[in-house]
Ligand binder design. Structure first.
Ligand code: AMP
Length: 226
């Protein structure tokens, strides 16, 4: 059993789910004048919905909650609370996933009171129905058991944070500081139940060395911050 349940999502799945989402919006006869992608996770699905629904107007709002892969910070916040006038417009707010629902709730509230569109509806590729505080108006996939979905646009960031967590926790638990590359890959598979392309491990290790979390010495990785 992996310590953190992870599912790798492919680009093909993203396109399939976005088509499915677009069809459900069309079938409900909701015709948005503007699509608002919640940054950063909602940007690719929102852009695909612009394409599949023929919407030209595209805005973004950064509602931040999960600052580290599979670890939520306490509170969601709007990072750049700028104002635009959407009066008379129908808006569709899009995110990749509704997990706790905090980001969506906050974005909706902010948009309604500051951007003042005529109507706001919510769409997400995935909705974790067992934990979310809200149900989006439109979704492609209902998820019942919590999993961290490793989306293709955040692969390097997630792998970097996952390796960092694994190395520091094992360092704290057992004092282990020295690792070979192949041990890291094997342990990553055990911890997260998935494998990624070689370049993601290599780039993640390079990033961690740059940050001083590890040091690379003659093919061995030494954990510096335990
Ligand atoms: P939340 O406010 O908890 O609904 O989630 C905020 C954002 O964090 C989502 O839009 C995703 O970008 C990311 N996120 C939260 N939970 C997950 C998950 N289980 N898998 C992948 N990404 C997630």
């Amino acid at each position: 059993m992996p310590r953190v349940p992870v599912k790798l999502v492919t680009w093909d799945e993203i396109v399939e789910w976005s088509w499915k989402l677009a069809k459900s919006i069309e079938e409900a006869n909701y015709i948005p004048d503007v699509i608002i992608g919640i940054a950063r996770g909602g940007l690719v699905p929102a852009r695909l919905l612009c394409d599949f629904l023929g919407v030209e107007n595209f805005l973004s709002i950064q509602s931040q909650h999960w600052t580290e892969a599979a670890k939520a910070s306490e509170k969601a916040l709007i990072k750049f609370p700028y104002t635009v006038d959407l009066s008379g417009m129908r808006a569709l707010v899009v995110d990749d996933i509704v997990d706790t629902g905090d980001s969506m709730i906050l974005a909706k509230r902010f948009i309604e009171s500051n951007w003042r569109p005529k109507e706001v509806k919510l769409a997400a590729l995935q909705w974790i129905s067992s934990v979310a505080k809200i149900k989006p108006d439109f979704y492609a996939i209902e998820v019942r058991e919590w999993v961290w979905f490793q989306y293709p646009w955040t692969r390097l960031e997630d792998v970097t944070q996952f390796i960092k967590r694994m190395l520091t926790e094992l360092c704290r638990e057992s004092g282990r500081r020295e690792w070979s590359y192949s041990d890291i890959v094997t342990s990553f598979r055990e911890w997260y139940g998935v494998e990624v392309e070689d370049r993601y491990y290599r780039e993640a290790l390079r990033a961690l060395a740059k940050k001083g979390v590890i040091e690379s010495r003659d093919g061995t990785y030494i954990v510096k911050q335990c």
